[in-house]
Design a protein around this ligand. Structure first.
Ligand code: NAP
Length: 294
């Protein structure tokens, strides 16, 4: 069997088109467009790149972005003042504080200060708490996990009643994606660094979500024939044939797994583009809620 390739780039492009249309409609109905505030503390090149990509994606769909590039030595108190101002600013529907923050700033304190209604990253403890409880919908779901589920839905994969295995249990990816699968009635197993016989567990999976940060850890013979594989991992491996000296691979050995799986996401071009598309989705949804647009 050769797996269907789940084209995250194409699916994300479709979602961006849908959002661009909703932005036009919102301008007509509410006389304004959604706004996203991006807060970057310090000069980490990777963080600066992520923020730049997010601002560019906003511009493409017509969402306003307001950027705050702050020095690495800003005090926690001053950062909290800015978050409060953004909470009070009616032009801002979403607040994104790019992580990680410098060591002298407590991430939990900052993330908890973001208004629940503007928590487009979905990391506010109350939103995560609601995600973990039956019958309590969070206002926002973290972008990468939401993107994984969206990929399954838009590929026509049934989640209800399936055996799902999530490899990884981080607050950002593994845990929230596991909660989402559970809400959708999957039978769920979460693997982590202390799990015994991970290959044996993964062989039971109809749906595998790999978010472990270990290059090509999941081998082809770990995959159940016909399974759907969503590879969240982004790992740089040395490759002298590339100009940069490295290439990006996922947590799954793609060449092996595609011979066994029913469908699989590539890296790059799978989950990655969905993360930014879901940030736009969350910002749009926040604005719709504020403006009472159904
Ligand atoms: P993380 O915070 O480092 O968490 C990794 C998880 O994997 C932990 O739960 C850890 O278990 C588990 N783990 C590590 N080594 C393991 C092993 N050998 N066997 C079993 N479990 C193991 O990573 P993350 O933030 O979730 O990110 C995971 C990957 O996704 C990374 O490659 C990251 O770059 C990528 N990512 C991609 C996107 C995107 O938009 N495409 C977004 C976010 C992250 P313990 O809990 O027991 O330590």
């Amino acid at each position: 069997m050769t797996a269907e390739i789940i084209d995250g780039k194409a699916i994300a492009a479709t979602i961006r088109q849908e959002i661009a249309q909703e932005v036009v409609e919102m301008r007509e109905k509410a006389g304004r467009v959604p706004g996203l505030a991006t807060v970057l503390v310090g000069e980490r090149p990777d963080s600066a790149t992520y923020v730049r990509m997010k601002k560019r994606a906003c511009a493409e769909v017509g969402i306003d972005s307001f950027s705050y590039d702050l020095p690495a030595d800003i005090s926690q108190a001053d950062l909290l003042v800015l978050v409060q101002e953004l909470n009070d600013n009616p032009a801002v529907d979403g607040i994104l504080v790019q992580l990680p923050l410098p060591d002298h700033i407590d991430e939990e304190t900052i993330l908890s200060a973001i208004s629940l209604e503007k928590d487009v990253d979905g990391f506010h403890p109350l939103n995560i708490g609601r995600l973990s409880m039956k019958g309590r919908d969070p206002l926002f779901v973290p972008c990468t996990p939401k993107g994984c589920i969206e990929l399954l839905d838009r590929t026509g994969v049934t989640i209800d009643g399936k055996n799902a295995v999530v490899l990884g249990r981080s607050n950002i990816v593994g845990l929230p994606v596991a909660m989402l699968l559970l809400h959708r009635n999957a039978t769920l197993t979460i693997c982590h660094s202390r799990t015994q016989n991970i290959p044996g567990v993964i062989r039971q999976a109809d749906i595998l979500i790999a978010a472990v940060g270990r290059a090509e850890m999941v081998k082809g013979d770990w995959i159940k024939p016909g399974a759907v594989v969503i590879d969240v991992g982004v790992n740089a491996v040395d490759d002298a044939s590339k100009k940069k000296g490295y290439r990006l691979v996922g947590d799954v050995d793609f060449d092996e797994a595609r011979e066994v799986a029913g469908a699989i996401t590539p890296v790059p071009g799978g989950v990655g583009p969905m993360t930014i598309a879901m940030l736009l989705r969350n910002t749009m949804d926040g604005a719709r809620r504020t403006e009472n647009i159904a």
